[in-house]
Design a protein around this ligand. Structure first.
Ligand code: F6R
Length: 259
């Protein structure tokens, strides 16, 4: 069962996850991080800024979850740009060690396999940060995605395009295709940390954590993983049946255990 931690604010979620990442980097300087984009992980990246000051991050490696296909990597909303702006630059990471799937149309046929090989060559992802879409997607694995899938091209649902239109001038600018780590890829990471904030995510969180395991709700794949931490605010936790049990469990957790 996933460990569910209900926190009072996004900042508290960011602090909790950032502490875990700093400890990981201190114990393994070439830690491989799985990096999500979108608005959800921003409190983690923000909390990491001050916490990582003075720590050696020169060997930290990272793999982004996904990228739009056919969007100029220089576009401010390409995930290459977002990762550079929100993660690489503020945290002082080595850009050569941080990969984002290559969404260029010319080479897209091989881009998924290339990415899988690069993750394998790095020894796999140590800690994967995840957000969740209102339709239950993780990465850009939309409903129906195979639990065994690896990095590949997917078609975004209209719901996801509408959700992401806020980052663009209009919905017409939101690409229809993406390249995303598969659910199988995500499940190979050693620790999954899924964050969600706000009422809009409550149904997806409840279905992912407590619903049946189903390809129709890709986030439910986390139930197949032995080490998952779900960090949610009260609003995103509002449809969890076992919320009181999660609170009790976390309040009584031995300090040495970490998340
Ligand atoms: C982003 C990603 C997506 C987002 C999800 C939630 O790399 O893979 O699964 O995590 O769409 O987006 P936000 O965080 O913007 O609500």
């Amino acid at each position: 069962m996933a460990e569910v931690v209900i926190v009072e604010s996004k900042a508290a979620a960011g602090a909790l996850v950032a502490d875990e990442i700093v400890a990981l980097i201190d114990s393994k300087p070439d830690t491989v991080l799985g990096l999500a984009t979108g608005s959800t992980p921003l409190p983690v990246y923000e909390a990491l800024r001050e916490r990582l000051a003075g720590h050696d991050v020169s060997r930290v490696r990272g793999f982004a979850l996904d990228e739009y296909v056919g969007l100029d990597p220089e576009h401010p909303e390409s995930y290459r740009s977002v990762i550079t702006r929100e993660v690489i630059e503020p945290l002082g990471l080595d850009p050569a060690r941080i990969r984002v799937p290559n969404g260029a149309v010319e080479t897209i046929e091989h881009a998924g396999d290339d990415y899988e090989l690069a993750i394998d060559a790095a020894g796999g992802v140590d800690l994967q940060i995840l957000g969740i879409g209102t339709d239950g997607h993780i990465g850009f694995n939309e409903p129906g995605s195979s639990f065994a899938s690896s990095t590949r091209v997917k078609t975004l649902t209209e719901q996801t395009r509408e959700d992401n239109a806020r980052f663009f001038d209009s919905i017409d600018e939101v690409p229809r295709h993406c390249i995303t780590q598969g659910l199988g890829t995500i499940l190979r990471a050693r620790h999954l940390v899924l964050l969600a904030f706000g009422e809009g995510k409550a149904a997806a969180v409840a279905a992912a954590v407590e619903g049946p395991v189903s390809a129709m709700l890709p986030g439910s794949a986390i139930q197949l993983h032995p080490h998952v931490t779900v960090v949610v605010d009260e609003a995103a936790a509002s449809e969890l049946k076992l919320a009181d049990y999660y609170r009790y469990t976390f309040a009584n957790k031995p300090a040495w255990q970490g998340i």
